[in-house]
Design a protein around this ligand. Structure first.
Ligand SMILES: Cc1cc2nc3c(=O)[nH]c(=O)nc-3n(C[C@H](O)[C@H](O)[C@H](O)COP(=O)(O)O)c2cc1C
Length: 273
């Protein structure tokens, strides 16, 4: 039996995120063993930017490691986060902020099937939340098999709406499907993402992978053409190379520390509240 980890990014017990995770799990074509984690209940402290995890162990003793172990040992992942002020709940980013440690777990994480949901209480209120949810999964190298925004405000509304039930059914079918998710159009030709910043003159920038390119219209619809970013950490080979680059940056810092401190010296002090 497949083991599925549901990651809940909401503080609300039995809220729309929890119910959606359970509904997706219940609709999986084959029965699965579901375990869940409520990220906000875990002691996950901010990254201290010491970079020690690149060479050894993270000095912070908290729940990050056990949550990462649970993700690594699951066969598939469902993540659901509420939209707060147009973004995905900060518990997702708080976990991601410790993600320099992902590079030591590439074999356990890369390609793991996952689906993501953002729960928005207001019509058109989702803002950048789905980008946050998808980035959460992709930052760990998971294979995003499906994603959805469900509009639901009061706890339980996600299961009352046709939109919520249909999304749960679609994501349940997609999670362990051997087929690739259908390409959305227009989408980033590098990562398949659909989140862009328009930079004038027809230029676009993919917010999910950093690819840049152009958008044009050929009469039949919009065409998007993107080139890989200057420095990528998407895709298995690029992720491994990025881990090595980070270690190189740590070594560079140790070599250049005195020169860098000299630059900073004139800016020491200041009033902090
Ligand atoms: C602090 C706060 C901020 C919110 N901001 C938004 C928002 O920007 N857009 C939106 O559509 N819904 C917003 N909501 C509504 C929730 O996203 C919505 O009720 C969701 O279903 C909650 O999921 P849950 O029941 O799993 O907690 C907000 C809720 C809270 C508590």
């Amino acid at each position: 039996m497949k083991r599925v980890l549901g990651i809940i990014g909401s503080p609300r017990k039995m809220g729309n995120c929890e119910l959606t995770v359970k509904e997706i799990a219940a609709r999986l074509p084959e029965p699965a063993e579901l375990s869940m984690v409520r990220l906000v209940e875990k002691d996950i402290r901010p990254c201290k930017a010491c970079y020690r995890c690149l060479m050894g162990d993270c000095p912070i003793q908290d729940d990050f490691g056990m949550v990462l172990d649970a993700i690594a040992s699951a066969d598939g992942v469902i993540v659901a986060a509420p939209v707060y002020l147009l973004g995905a709940h900060s518990s997702l980013q708080r976990f991601l902020d410790r993600g320099l440690q992902f590079w030591k777990r590439l074999d356990d994480l890369t390609g793991k099937p996952a689906v993501g949901v953002a729960l928005a209480g207001v019509m058109d209120g989702e803002g950048a939340s789905l980008l946050g949810v998808e980035n959460f999964l992709r930052a760990m190298g998971m294979a995003v098999k499906g994603r959805a925004v469900i509009h639901a405000a009061l706890p339980g509304e996600a299961l009352l709406s046709e939109e919520g039930r249909a999304a749960a059914a679609r994501l349940a079918n997609a999670l362990f499907s051997q087929e690739s998710p259908p390409a959305e159009s227009p989408s980033c030709t590098e990562c398949g993402g659909t989140y862009f910043e328009f930079r004038g003159g027809g230029r676009v920038f993919c917010l999910l992978c950093g690819s840049g390119g152009t958008v044009s219209s050929d009469g039949e619809g919009i065409r998007l053409s993107t080139k890989p970013p200057a420095h990528s950490w998407r895709g298995p080979a690029a992720r491994k190379a990025h881990g090595e680059w980070l270690i190189g940056m740590k070594e560079k810092y140790l070599r250049e520390r005195e020169r860098l401190k000299e630059v900073a010296r004139g800016y020491a002090g200041g009033n902090f509240i």
